[in-house]
Ligand binder design. Sequence first.
Ligand code: ATP
Length: 596
Amino acid sequence: MRTKIKYFRESIRLVWRSAPEWTMANIIISVLRSFLPLLLIWLIKELVDGITLAASSPSENNSFENILWLIISVAVFWFLDEAASGIDTFVRKKQSIKLESYMYGLLHSKAVRLDLINFERPEFFDSLSRASREAPWRPNSILNHLVALSRGLLSLVLMAGLLVFLHWSLALLLLLVNIPAIWLRLHYTDILYNFRRKQTPEARKAQYFNWLLTGNRPSREIKLFGLGNYFISLFKKSFLKTQEEELEIVKKRTLIELVSDIFKAAAVLITMLFIARQTITGDLTLGQMAMFLLAFRQGMIYIKDFLGSLSGLYEDSLFIGDVFEFLSLEENVRAIPPVKKIPVFSQKISVDNLSFSYPGSDTKVIDNISFEVKKGEILAVVGPNGAGKSTLVRLLCRLYDPLSGSVLYDGIDIRNFDPEEYRKMLSVVFQDFMLYNISAGENIRLGDVEKTDADRSIPKAASVTGINELISKLPKGYSTVIGTLFEDSRELSWGEWQKIALSRAIFREAPVLILDEPSSALDADTEYDIFKRFREIVKERTSILISHRFTNVSLADRIIVLEKGSVAETGTHKELMRRKGAYYSMYSKQSKRFEK
Ligand code: ATP
């Protein structure tokens, strides 16, 4: 309960912070709207009594004037009630847009700050999916439900007060017949919440199949292998499984609610009989009769709203927990004391007894590795698939923290640096580099968005990889949007995208360059040209090159052979060839294929 109250408080704070003036407007209008119907009911009573009086004694000359004023007042307050409802809709919309954008901001900045290791865990995606579903609107729902609850309570007390005049037991009846409904709502809210939480993985599966069927990337294989119907049936299965089970719960709730509605109908019956009798016996005037009938009807509506807000609020308290659960995920990859300023890179990067395994697995993907790269050196890392090369790159970038051991930058553990500052020292082309569906120039500029001489440096970086020629010929040159997602864009080949990614890394003038399979899609000419000028291109930057192409690897100052997460061999190309070990064997197999 304490956690729920804490979440409520925090949600209200979020709503207020996102749009204080609109939140205030929302509250004021809501409160105003709770009084207007009451006022209308009282005016109608006055009006009916006025009309009755005028009908019984038509000779009184100012009676019609009184009625006229009452009619005008009813019309004015009716208009005000309608207008308040319209304004309320606008204010709520405006406030929810502001809140939505604020919440997306929180969600997105949390997602980019979070440790990369989270993205290796399915539970993280469950949590992210729940938070993304709830965050944009749930805090506002809490505020609206709270306002509606207090408004409903206020109106209810006033209505009940009015009914006490008629008979205290009627007011009590109004409250009592609704108690089973309160319990029912809360009970089923719990059931539905637990069900939806349990169903998150299945719902994500349905979303995934939906992406496979509608996404750009999967479309080719889906067509070629004729997988459409196969994935349509998988989607249907996942989708219907979650929806039908939920429908079953809602069905049960509706049936039980029908029973509770019978009690309410009985209460209406008793009250109507009572009011009719009192009017016939003359204990109530016609105006009072109209007022009590309206008050009872309005009271039932308020009770319904009140119950709706109560169960809504309870539901909010359950679901908002998912948002805060996500927002409070810990960020462990941060500067660890003693925090140090990053020195200008002058000596070496050392890897010291480094070990790492992925979450949920005991296998050490990196197993007690030690090596160093001196400033200006070109180090190549080779090894069979799954040897741990890409994992090593992520550890060097401090995208993951190791299980044990450390990476030292000029003798300082990289965990003592602010990770963002440390990563400024690195320029990386990942094996699965990103394709940004924005302009070609921007694609390269993303390497360093703070660089001031972009106009000059972008074409320069592009010419290093030879992509400048193609970009210049695009309809809008460097301003041409690339990819297929947006209008007026132009798709590139995979190799051309790789040249863009390589240009992006070159554009970023960081002292350390890490290239993970940077030429896997390049044509032979481009690859030859780039690697012939490799030293000139990297401009004495310390470079770590991962490649399965041994002709490229042989140019490195030193080579490390990784096998099953351990360093199997290390040395220059000549040394390793003389040793006739793993490197020699891999190199010979590849070159023999070419000789044949
Ligand atoms: P390749 O030459 O195929 O690119 P690699 O040497 O770069 O391979 P890594 O991608 O570093 O290899 O993977 C090393 C090992 O870690 C592999 O056995 C892989 O299956 C495993 N691995 C990678 N990612 C995860 C993960 N998220 N969870 C568990 N194991 C993983």
